[in-house]
Write a protein that binds this ligand. Structure first.
Ligand code: FES
Length: 377
């Protein structure tokens, strides 16, 4: 799944203190993102924030989703929790592009075989996802980031999973990781356009045999998410955790419905697709050419309008608006200019990579907008 996320997991007091501490001292909420460029002076792997990943196999799940198995060096990659995602870095036309994908395999496979699997949905007009499927080859080396994300299993073993389309990918990792006792107390509601095209269908059948309550709902004949579908599953929402993954509209509707039916807000966890379907569109595609790009600043309410081929960095644009943007080196080393981009894609002048459209921290001094961008400034 190509994704960008949000998550209801409560921020612990310790995390809040850590973030406050690092923001005061480093102007970023992660010490590692501040230290990596310095470590990169000594070892390129830190500079690139990635580790090599060798392609072991490529397998179609259906006409739209394919799974890439990657062998990663365990000492560089570290470990991960079921439900997390990685950034994948690929070279295309001499440009280094980055996309984020959920890991669909399990932590135990990483331990046993040193492999992870990414299950990737082909985006219409996507710059990467359809191209990668046709151009990837066994033995090829790509790069991946460390695993990230807080959409992970909590301790309550009574679980309701609701997924739509490629939203199944982090959830299949979770299901594959669960013990039999956990499976038999859990339910999966999976929305697919056409049952014949259900990804991971063999595996879902095995999981159902192991005790998981599996409801596959065909949207073309049974419609999209509704309260009736939930009622059919006869789930006691008062004592289970809900894990939702799919497009924002579906996740919003599910969360609202679950709360209406008595589920606690704190027991609902979710992961979203990109805010819009064009999150991975090729900027060179005709549908993506714009005559003007806007950069909006949510805290100040200011707005910059620039040509799509602007040579100005986001730091320069913010300064033109007389906004209080911190800066230091202005060449991408000190991380003083780190700022939260809440939406839109930016080009990283230093690495040549293009961001995804979701929320993330960026360095303003080395980022140029290639899309309408919103910043928390
Ligand atoms: S990294 Fe130093 S100002 Fe941007």
């Amino acid at each position: 799944m190509t994704k960008y996320f949000s998550q209801t997991a409560p921020t612990t007091a310790l995390t809040a203190v850590y973030r406050l501490f690092t923001e005061i001292l480093f102007n970023t909420n992660s010490i590692s993102s501040y230290l990596r460029p310095i470590a990169g002076l000594f070892d390129a792997k830190y500079y690139n924030q990635s580790c090599p990943a060798k392609v072991v196999s490529v397998k179609n799940q259906n006409n739209n989703i394919y799974t890439v198995t990657l062998k990663v060096p365990k000492n560089l990659f570290g470990d991960f929790k079921a439900g997390q995602f990685v950034s994948l870095y690929v070279e295309k036309n001499s440009r280094r592009l980055q996309r984020t994908f959920s890991i669909s395999s399990t932590p135990s496979e990483l331990l046993r075989h040193g492999t992870i699997q990414l299950s990737i949905s082909k985006q219409k007009h996507g710059a990467i996802t359809p191209w990668l499927c046709d151009n990837i080859s066994i033995g090829q080396h790509l790069h991946v980031s460390e695993a990230q994300g807080e959409f992970i299993l909590k301790s309550n073993i009574k679980r309701l999973f609701i997924a739509a389309g490629s939203g199944i990918t982090p959830i299949i990792s979770m299901l594959r990781s669960m013990q039999l006792s956990e499976l038999s107390s859990s339910t999966l509601i999976f929305y697919v356009r056409d049952k014949v095209e259900t990804p991971f269908s063999d595996e879902l059948t095995s999981l159902a045999s192991a005790g998981l309550n599996v409801e596959i709902i065909e949207t073309t004949s049974q419609g999209r998410f509704s309260a009736e579908h939930l009622a059919q599953c006869k789930i006691n929402l008062l004592d289970c955790d809900a894990y939702l993954c799919g497009p924002k509209k579906m996740v919003d509707e599910c969360a609202t419905q679950l709360e209406t039916l008595g589920a606690s807000k704190n027991s609902i966890y979710y992961e979203l697709f990109a805010l819009t379907d064009n999150s991975t569109l090729d900027p060179d595609h005709p549908s993506q050419r714009k005559s003007e790009i806007t950069v909006s600043y949510s805290k100040s309410g200011a707005l910059s309008k620039v040509a799509p081929d602007t040579q100005s960095s986001l730091l320069e644009l913010a300064e033109e608006q007389k906004l209080d943007a911190l800066s230091g080196c202005r060449i991408g080393v000190c991380h003083q200019c780190v700022c939260t981009k809440t939406s839109g894609r930016v080009f990283n002048i230093k690495t040549g990579s293009i961001s995804d459209s979701g929320e993330e921290e960026i360095q303003l001094c080395i980022s140029k907008p290639i899309d309408n961008v919103a910043l928390a400034l």
